[in-house]
Design a protein around this ligand. Sequence first.
Ligand SMILES: NC(=O)c1ccc[n+]([C@@H]2O[C@H](COP(=O)([O-])OP(=O)(O)OC[C@H]3O[C@@H](n4cnc5c(N)ncnc54)[C@H](OP(=O)(O)O)[C@@H]3O)[C@@H](O)[C@H]2O)c1
Length: 325
Amino acid sequence: MAPSRRWCRSPPVRKRPLGKTTLQVSELALGTWGLSGDGYGPVADVEIDRVIDRALAVGIDLFDTADVYGRGEMERCLGRRLQGAGTTFVVTKIGTVRDGDPPTKRFDPDHLRTAFERSQERLAREVVDVVLLHNPTVAAMQSKEALAFLKDLKQAGKIRAYGVSAGSADVARSALRDEVDVIEIAYNAFFPGDLHDVAGDVSESGAGVLARSVLAHGLLAGQWSPEREFYLDDHRYQRWTRDELKTRIRQLDALRPLVTGAVTSLRSAALRFVLANRVVSSAVLGPRSVAQLDQLVREAGMPPYLQDTALTELSARLKQAGIEV
Ligand SMILES: NC(=O)c1ccc[n+]([C@@H]2O[C@H](COP(=O)([O-])OP(=O)(O)OC[C@H]3O[C@@H](n4cnc5c(N)ncnc54)[C@H](OP(=O)(O)O)[C@@H]3O)[C@@H](O)[C@H]2O)c1
């Protein structure tokens, strides 16, 4: 498909090393949880395909998924769309079982082996680039068998790199001390603390960092009214009470002074905040349409993302607004 005129004005997506792995990946990655319908409600199949195709067209070569997204459908979709698309990298996550409600976690080698083989088949890749444990607890990390299993897969040449998608700084720190290749972690202007807490460990270990939830689930785009409501099948329905959402929207004022010059919107400021951190290998985007993807790629802009002085001043404003930095 010919690129649109709007896309022609976007700067090309740049690459960064994925930490100590030998992979050079696009600094913007396409996340597929939002596309799966699991987190935010349904997306039409045709739009899912179009988003993946557009990501490829704009130079995104890193794709983030999990075996449970869409009950395997996102892996299948990537398997189909990425075939013949040149060099691309897929990060998948295993360790969640969705047989019941709520889903449970299993990080024993028997489960991980079966889960990996199914992912490999759905992704249609003999070698999967990066496999992560999907949100293990600190307790699960203490048993070393899950990481040992992934290390064996790497030694057998079935994966290129492995690591942990961490739901807390403690889990991330534990993974980094176990010398994983990659961590994935929530990181955005309103939730910078976990990555900042482990930044020293990241530098010491040389692990790659995939930053997720860069818009704080859409909040940082700054487009919501305080009365915004969410459907029942949208995880945000339960995330904030009405009062919490109003507070969060008020706190966006701390970001507004960043919107000047090349930083044309709050969305741009939020993306640039993440990309300005050199510890980050790639910002995992969560667009649910081609229009959203185009906005994100265009507004991420190019270096220098934010000046150090702007970041220092932002930190002070965030603290003043009651946000832990
Ligand atoms: N545990 C884990 O490993 C884990 C957890 C979470 C996410 N992830 C990965 O990270 C990816 C991104 O996570 P996330 O969904 O939390 O990301 P996010 O970027 O913080 O939020 C995504 C939401 O932001 C809104 N949005 C996206 N593009 C926009 C735009 N251009 N303008 C305005 N709003 C926009 C959309 O919601 P609306 O338009 O509906 O408002 C979208 O559903 C996921 O797809 C997944 O691959 C991994």
